[in-house]
Design a protein around this ligand. Sequence first.
Ligand SMILES: O=C(O)C(=O)C[C@]1(C(=O)O)C=C[C@@H](O)C=C1
Length: 375
Amino acid sequence: MKDLLESRKEIDEIDDSIIRLFEKRMEVCKNVAEYKLRTGKPVLDRQRELDKIATLKTKASDDFYAHGVEELFEQIMAMSRKMQYKLLNEEGVNNDIGFDIVDKLPTEDATVVYQGIPGAYSQQAATEYFGDKVNYVNVTTFREAMKYVRDGKADYAVLPFENSSAGIVTDVYDLLVEFQNYIVDTFDVKIEHCLCGISGATIDDIKDVYSHPQAFMQSNKFIEEHGWGKVNLANTAISARYISEQSDKSRGCIASENAANIYGLNILHKGINFNDSNTTQFIIISRQRVARRDAGLICISFEMPHASGTLYQMLSHIIYNDLNMTRIQSRPVPDKNWEYRFYVEFEGRANQPGVVNALSGINAEALNMKILGNY
Ligand SMILES: O=C(O)C(=O)C[C@]1(C(=O)O)C=C[C@@H](O)C=C1
C-alpha cells in the first residue's frame, strides 16, 4: 500500500501542472477575446463547445473518465466565457445597460394608476408611497394599469408583486415580461384582512364570503374553520362594495378596514389572515428606464434551452461575479408545456462591473433575457 503522504505529494504536483496548463489555456482565450472584440463574433460558440466535448470524451480511457472529462471541460469553457465577457466589458462592449440614474423619482404632477377601486390594498399602497401630491386613477385589471403606463396615460403604476403568505402575483410576473415597463421601486404594506358584513349582521349569520382569491388563500384557515362558501371577485374592495349593495346578512366579504369604512360595512372579525406578519410587496412601475441612485436590486427574467444544467449555468454568472441572489421564481412559458421562464433578483446596481459581466453572460447564453428593473 502506498503511503498517504506520498500519494498526496503526487497529487499536489499534478495539481500544480493543471494550474499551469489552465492558466496557459486562459491566456490563449484572452487572444480569442481580442479576436472576438475586433470581429464582433459572439463569445459563446455552442457548436465549437459541443464538438470539443465530443472529441475530448473519445480521448478518455473509459466511460467513467469520459463523463468526468465532459464535466471538467464544460466548467473550463464556462470559465473561459466568463473571462471573455469581462474583457469585452472592460473594452466598453455592452457595458452600458442603459439606465438613467436619478436621485429621486420625479413625482411632480405625476399620475399614478392602481388596479381596483378605492379601498383596495393597491390604493392603500399607492397613497402611502406617493402621498397626496399626485393624481390617482384606477382601472379594472393589472393589464390596463400596465397599458396606462406604456401609453403615457399614467407615469407610475402600483401593482402587487408578492404576498408573504400566498406567494407571487402570477399575472403581474407575466405582464412584466410582456410590457416594456420597469420596476423602479418596491413598497411593503402590512395586510390585515377583516371579515365584514352589512349593518346588523353577526358572524353567525354568514354563509358565503366574497373576496379575491389571494385574500382567501391568506385567510383560508379562518374561512375553512367556519365552513363558509367562497365566491371569487376581482378584488377585496369590489367585494366590500358588492356586499354593501346587497341587503343580505348571510353574505360577508374579506376586505381591509379602510374598505369597510368606505363602503359602510361592519367589521365582524379583524385580522383573519393566518399569518400575523402578512405583508404584500408592491412594485412601482414606470415606462422610463430609470434607476434611483440608492437602488440595490436588479430583477431579470430569462428562458433557457430545456436541457440538463442550463439553470445552473445561468446562475453561475451571478455566483461567479459575487452577486447575492435574493429571489428566484418561475412561470410557465406560454405554448411550451413544462418549460419555464425564470425570474431572478440579485443585489447590485445597473452599471456596476460585476453586474454588467453577469448580465452579459446571461444575455448571451439564455434564450432571451430581459432586465425588469433596478430598484
Ligand atoms: O473557440 C472559441 O471561440 C472560444 O471562445 C474558446 C472557447 C473555449 O474556451 O474553448 C470558449 C467559448 C466558446 O463558446 C468556445 C470555446
